[in-house]
Design a protein around this ligand. Structure first.
Ligand SMILES: Nc1ncnc2c1ncn2[C@@H]1O[C@H](COP(=O)(O)OP(=O)(O)OP(=O)(O)O)[C@@H](O)[C@H]1O
Ligand SMILES: [Mg+2]
Length: 381
């Protein structure tokens, strides 16, 4: 779509013969501008912002009076202008029309004092450039979508490899751990030990229990513990499972708010594994709010799905941390505060349930984890 706030002059072709050289020069300016834009649009080194700014900077030189031309490109909520941009009521422009929506507009302004007459060719040029920009935007968004998909695939692949590896290790370690634990307990109960020896044996038992806990988490992550599923009322699971946390939260100055949707459809799940998911997410939320804050746990329906959201008002995470949170042993906490397995376990359980987990977070702005599960209907059984 085109819009005008300036009077339209005659075509170059209507010029007297002596002006034909001038007309030709104008045409060359326009063509070289379009050529440069075509070059920019296929550039691999520049990001979208840089390309759009470069396009805006090219436009004045293609106009009859570059020195008094101001250009403004609006794309969604971003704005690109020529240096020393001046807005005026003397303007014309075109909208950026992609296949599905209008992405913004391209406008050219002249000082109100100038008696400039816009040429139809210039007008056409701006319309063409607006179309080119729309194409650039469309292509870039497809490229970004593809890159995101590939990154997600790589991530899933990496997790699957780590999963296989840890499943193998967990299995191998489980056996000797059981032997150490069994025989240590036997020694304590069967032999008369000095108090010091008894204390040392207890240390062995505690360390083995800790190692066994790590192995258990690794097995949960690598889906070695298949879920025992039944229809589960998530609201009830939250009601029953959260009272113990509330107590701990209160001591830390954290308020817990529950917003549970009435008549929430059930989901097919392993209640104890889902409980583990809620605990791991809530403990993380608590640990992210050392100075207190708010945890909101809510349930929702969305189409045929049921969603649980756990939101905190804590420290939040930056992009680099967010990329790694589901990788086993990744932690930003002190050694005695975290093993880095909490979210790996969550990921393993959620994948075993054919469900999804999403996270959105910004440093200083808190974090929201969303679990999306298929709703269960009685007739499905
Ligand atoms: N709600 C949250 N707010 C801020 N950061 C978080 C949150 N949840 C997770 N994280 C980040 O993700 C990392 C990994 O979390 P994960 O639960 O897997 O391990 P952990 O909490 O460090 O240790 P563990 O859960 O094994 O005790 C954390 O160390 C933390 O940096
Ligand atoms: Mg954790």
């Amino acid at each position: 779509m085109i819009f005008l706030g300036v009077s339209l002059g005659s075509h170059y072709s209507d010029y007297p013969a002596e002006d034909s050289v001038h007309a030709l020069k104008e045409r060359i300016k326009e063509l070289s501008c379009l050529y440069r834009i075509a070059e920019l649009s296929s550039s691999l080194e520049l990001d979208t912002k840089e390309i759009l700014q470069a396009v805006v900077d090219l436009i004045p030189a293609a106009m009859q009076y570059p020195e008094i031309t101001s250009v403004r490109l609006k794309v969604e909520n971003r704005c690109f202008t020529t240096p020393e941009f001046r807005q005026s009521a003397n303007f014309f422009g075109a909208t950026l029309q992609t296949q599905f929506s209008t992405k913004g507009s391209l406008e050219v302004f002249y000082p109100e004092s100038s008696d400039y007459e816009l040429l139809p060719e210039e007008f056409k040029l701006i319309e063409t450039i607006a179309q080119q920009i729309a194409l650039i935007l469309e292509r870039k968004s497809i490229q970004e979508y593809n890159a995101k998909m590939q990154e997600q695939l790589r991530h899933a692949d990496r997790l699957a490899t780590i999963g296989q590896l840890s499943a193998g290790i967990a299995h191998e370690i489980n056996e000797p751990l059981s032997a150490i634990l069994g025989f240590s307990e036997l020694v304590v109960s069967e032999y008369k030990l000095s108090p010091e020896a008894k204390q040392d044996m207890q240390k062995i038992i505690n360390a083995t229990l800790h190692a066994r806990e790590v192995v258990r988490k690794l097995m949960l992550f690598s889906r070695q513990v298949p879920p025992k599923t039944v229809p589960v009322d998530l609201n009830k699971l939250i009601e029953d499972g959260f009272y113990f946390l509330e107590n701990r939260c209160e001591k830390q100055g954290i308020q817990v708010v529950r917003k549970l949707k009435p008549d929430l459809p059930k989901v097919v799940a392993d209640p104890s594994q889902m409980h583990q998911v809620l605990v791991n997410l809530s403990v993380n939320a608590m640990q992210a709010m050392p100075k207190g804050g708010l945890i909101t746990i809510s349930t929702h329906t969305s189409g045929k799905n049921v969603e649980i959201k756990i939101a905190d008002t804590g420290l939040g995470m930056d992009e680099t941390v967010l990329q790694k949170i589901f990788i086993p042993f990744f932690t930003t906490k002190d050694i005695d505060q975290g093993t880095g397995l909490g979210l790996s376990v969550v990921h393993g359980i959620i994948s075993a349930h054919n469900a999804k987990i999403k996270v959105s977070s910004r440093p200083g702005a808190g974090t929201v984890f969303t679990i999306i599960m298929k709703a269960y209907h009685e007739q499905e059984s």
